[in-house]
Design a protein around this ligand. Sequence first.
Ligand SMILES: Cc1cc2nc3c(=O)[nH]c(=O)nc-3n(C[C@H](O)[C@H](O)[C@H](O)COP(=O)(O)OP(=O)(O)OC[C@H]3O[C@@H](n4cnc5c(N)ncnc54)[C@H](O)[C@@H]3O)c2cc1C
Length: 435
Amino acid sequence: MTVEISPVIQPPSRGVGGLGDACDTILATLLVVGCFIACKSSYDCLRRWRGKLNVVVVGCGPVGLTAALVAVRSKRAKKITIFEEKTRSQLMDRPHQIGIEPRAVGFLKKLGVDFDNMEGCWHQERFYTRIGIFQEYILSLLQQITEPPLDIKLGTKFGTNHVNKLSCPRALTLVIVADGLRGAGANILGISDEFIQETCKSFCAVSSMEREDQHNLPTPENRVFRLKMDLSAFGAEFRIPDISRAVFFLKIFGTFRNRYMMLMCNRGDSNLVRQLRLNVDPMLMRNIFQESYNTYKSKGERKMSDTEALNLKASTRLTEVKMSYRREPLVYIEEENMVVSIEGDATRSFNYSLGFELNVGLRGLECLDKFIDQLVLADGLNDIVKALNYKSKCTKRLNEDTIKHKLHSEMSRHKPHNGGTNNNNNNSTAKDTGS
Ligand SMILES: Cc1cc2nc3c(=O)[nH]c(=O)nc-3n(C[C@H](O)[C@H](O)[C@H](O)COP(=O)(O)OP(=O)(O)OC[C@H]3O[C@@H](n4cnc5c(N)ncnc54)[C@H](O)[C@@H]3O)c2cc1C
């Protein structure tokens, strides 16, 4: 049998042959690119659907519990294990009051937190409650979850004995360490304890007094005044020509147990600030706080007496406000196929208790969901490194933002109050300047 091979027929040449070929090439390229994108997104969808990681959380403080909730809602966790050294009743009994600022309220609502069902109260768009109540609420929420499986180990201190059992080389494990200011979780996992301290370019002094009428309900109080001080009665060194340059903010805030006053000013070179930083007279700050309180106390409140001022717990001078943050908040341990992320007070804190809103709250967790997503989709070491870079950038931005702006924006966004009576005493005067 013979097979006739027909001659190759050349297509008739088109007048605009070059252009036609170019169009074909472009179409073919578009088709290939389209196919690639479609395949890649189907492959990603498949990975998303199948890909999951193990999540371990150390610490059931507000940050650890919220991180666990983020992991649940991400739907990327195969299993979540939580370690907490305190028992449930110890967690519930944590007494101090917390104020959840509007941004954190929005974040928590998206995670399914129903503030209508949490004991507490609203004030100036913030939700105030006791830290124990907040923890109990999130714990109960987590306990209702059936998928993924949750193993909440209360009364179990995370230690070296747990480290070897954490990793599973075949699946990536994310360990979120949120064990607070004095936690040793990061250290146990072999992460350096090195902290960097940076100035917030502000000076501060704080005083506190116990409430006479202590009760267990949150007692929100948060007022800010802008003032200038005239301390000339204290002597020649306070009779200063550059008084106008020293702008002070006075914040009066409180909880159900205590009332606080915070005096803050920007770092500047004014004579007054310098004098107050070097002050050695223990009565000077108490006098300033007494006078400020008597000037800005709410209507109907009685004045602070000299004896009460003597018992005031107060800083003796203005001190620089600083934030400490971990040099290594995020680590990938390749041999264990484990990513460790340190969150909350375990990774950054102020040298001061500055009161409502001046903590970083839950902001560190805002990019956790996307980070988990990227880790789950990671196809090899390069992608894991990309995910780590993303989280590191978020952390860096948050630290920079907190250091540069948080303190000032929190103080200056408050409208200055004009209430209170202006009773100058013979030592110091505080005047509301308006803003
Ligand atoms: C939303 C929010 C609002 C806030 N509002 C205010 C406010 O109004 N005023 C204010 O002053 N501060 C406020 N803060 C700050 C707050 O008081 C603390 O900063 C906060 O408690 C820190 O949370 P955390 O989860 O990082 O640490 P922590 O609350 O300290 O929790 C750490 C947990 O880890 C556990 N732990 C430690 N080591 C181990 C271990 N080895 N194994 C197992 N468990 C361990 C501890 O028992 C503890 O339960 C707020 C914080 C948040 C998040």
